[in-house]
Write a protein that binds this ligand. Sequence first.
Ligand code: PMP
Length: 334
Amino acid sequence: MDIITRTNLHRPEPAVTLSQTQPAASPTDPLSPYRHLQVWVDGQLHPAADATVSVFDHGLLYGDGVFEGLRFYNQRVLKLQTHLNRLAESAAAIRLPLPFTLEETQQAIRDTIAANQLTDGYLRVVLTRGAGTMGINPFLCPQPSLFVIAASIQLYPEDFYTHGLKILSSSFIRNHPQALSPRIKSLNYLNNVLAKMEAIDADCLEAVMYNAEGYVAECTGDNLFIIKQQDGQPTLITPPLSAGILEGVTRNLVIDLARNKGLTVHETNLTRHDLYTAHECFLTGSAAEVIPVTEIDGRPLGPAADPNAKGNPGPITQSLITAFRQLLQHAPED
Ligand code: PMP
């Protein structure tokens, strides 16, 4: 029996369903898209089935570790150095020593891409505390572990880039920086996972998370921008790092692209009201790239004075998507 929820009572069926955004996995084997891969673990490439870490690894037992998600285009790893620096900073923030230098990690990434004969794809670089005793004490884990997965990526279908995403305001606030700084890209993503489930329940692919002060922070896996006309000029506004967000590599790239186009960019706090009255909105992330948002909490976005534009990606967002895609043709490694 179909469960009727408040959301599907009031909303038309989405043009693209959630299942279309998942990689083609067999229902009985969720790893089927990855079985053929070679995965780099602590200095060696292994077939995916043999690429394992210990059940005593504190990355698993406590989420004690950090990671990076990167994209490569025509074998060029976008902002490779910036991602590796962020990995090193995340590791330093949790006092996790790097088992390999950043040069060795860079080589591991290149070797993994080559071993899998990929030209375009997504990379996951994971650094865990390693195996130790079952107590929390990380100082009893003598050997951190590093692994690298390179896989082809299933983008959001192009339809989302032309028609936009619906997102939901999450009831889960983003981790308080005094508890666990969102600047650390840690293996503990439960905060985001809870918000993501809320979004999916409401037929949305992303959730926007607010901070403890009620200001917009970021989405579960993306940074957020709005565009508003101010004094007749389009202005991009994105939450500042002090709102408690990850300093997204794509966020910073887009800020540069926008400023190079002569657009004004402000990093200032945003409220829910600012989202509801935004003329345009888009998200940025290594996986999603630059993707328009056209509806928040069931409200179509767009200028109040132009009902026809409501619910459609706006011109500034579209021009930034074009500029970003141009940049990807020669993806700067830094
Ligand atoms: N915020 C969060 C919570 C994320 O997980 C991500 C993506 N990993 C981002 C923002 C976007 O960061 P980036 O552009 O560096 O991928």
